[in-house]
Ligand binder design. Sequence first.
Ligand code: ACM
Length: 263
Amino acid sequence: MRVGYLQFNPRFGEVEENVRRALALLSGEEADLWVLPELFSTGYHFTSPQEARALAEPVPSGPTTQALLAWAGERGCHIAAGLAELAPEGVYNSAVLVGPQGLLLLYRKAHLFWREKENFLPGDTGFQVAEVGGVKVGLMVCFDHLFPEAARTLALKGAQIIAHPANLVLPGVAQLTTRVRALENRLYLVTANRTGEERRGGEVLRFTGQSQIVSPQGEVLASSTPQAEEAVVCEIDPELARQKRINPYNDLLSDRRLDLYFR
Ligand code: ACM
């Protein structure tokens, strides 16, 4: 199976241009599953809930999800991507998984980071998996990486690959935690981060790039520099992520001591 990520620098508020440019960057490569960054079509740093609402789109009827669906349908591939979702009750920092069959997953970010708490509703979907060509794929978004429960929940639901759209600002942190999340759950983890900076509302946010694909052994199989805009693809064997037994005595999931946790 070929999995890939897109690392790129969207321009804040330029939804049409960002979607067009993201898909153009993917066009030179082929993958079965692509992962795009968090909020890839709008940019990240909203300065008010009103601004988030103005740029958010319903899923799946909004233009961003429709463009992803059309592209996935033409290419026969799947795409996981982060976007601002407009729902009747407000705006979520969401991620979708789409394929030729349509919308497979909608995930609303559970752990909102910093000012996201002012502009988005906390996610209510929980952590779900869906099948892509017989392989189970789960979604988490950016800051979720610092909460081991997110990846563990997806592993318990059978995820062999976690697609992780991100807009990371803390240098080097997720590059470490995602290796640990992959290792402790024996699954592949694909982090698609963005690059560049956003100067908005008197603040500057610098995004750290260094997107990566990590193996169930915690090895970095592919990675990018902090600045490059690029689509990177890697061949993986998802069967390796089914094996949770690490020696004849130990199994990462069934050795858990549920009788001792949270006591
Ligand atoms: C983040 O969750 N975008 C840091």
